[in-house]
Ligand binder design. Structure first.
Ligand code: E4P
Length: 222
């Protein structure tokens, strides 16, 4: 299973690459705004971090074009020229699906974002998306069940042999990472703090304290 970092913070991405060998990055307009840098500048800085690798960097098209397939296609073509690592992110809307199909025919990879139903995921797969991004955290916040959501998308993918990678997004904790993996998702994308907390456990720290005490009470050699 691949671990992507959900961020547009260059030093954070570099740290996650060094420490965790992350497999790619997802950005969105919020992450870009938080970076404090202009869109084109920050995505190119992120692209440079991955130069020479086959790791994917999802860059999101202008969300105001959600109902304009031609505008999404034109922006997607321009963005894809900036880096071979870029995967073009567009929404699960009628125009987004259409733009995905056109771009995929041209060999440009697409990530269908803001996916909240199995049927949206199925249409993304039919249109040839490289990734489809079901947002589990947002569904939970809306009091919707997510227990079967990912496993149903995985089942649909398997039923028809689609190649689209299921990228579980808006992941809030380590348990959700585990549940995505158990369901058979291909990728999770999480914030830096979510991974950091997920890789730790208080019992690991408590156990280390105990073992250190015994270690210190024991001679190392005769
Ligand atoms: C995924 O590609 C999105 O960028 C992301 O997971 C959005 O959700 P969040 O910002 O609420 O975590």
């Amino acid at each position: 299973m691949k671990f992507f970092l959900d961020s547009a913070h260059v030093s954070e991405i570099q740290a996650a690459l060094d420490m965790w060998q992350i497999d790619g990055v997802t950005t969105n307009p919020r992450h870009v705004q938080v970076s404090g840098k202009p869109f084109l500048k920050v995505i190119q800085e992120i692209g440079a971090l991955f130069k020479g690798t086959d790791k994917a960097v999802s860059v999101q098209t202008n969300p105001h074009n959600h109902n304009n397939a031609q505008a999404i296609v034109e922006e997607g073509r321009k963005l894809a020229e900036l880096s071979p690592n870029f995967v073009i992110k567009m929404p699960c809307t009628e125009a987004g699906f259409k733009a995905c199909y056109v771009l995929c025919q041209e060999g440009i990879r697409a990530n269908l974002t803001l996916c909240f139903s199995v049927t949206q995921a199925l249409q993304a797969m039919r249109m040839g998306a490289q990734f489809v991004s079901p947002f589990i955290g947002w569904k939970e916040s809306n009091a919707e069940e997510v227990e079967h959501f990912i496993s149903e998308i995985v089942e649909v993918k398997q039923n028809y042999g689609f190649q689209t990678e299921i990228l579980v997004a808006a992941v809030r904790n380590g348990r959700q990472i585990a549940e995505a993996a158990i369901a058979g998702a291909d990728v999770v994308t999480c914030g830096y703090d979510v991974y950091k907390a997920a890789f730790e456990h208080p019992y690991t720290d408590m156990g280390l304290t105990k073992f250190q005490e015994f270690w210190d009470m024991t001679p190392y050699d005769e």
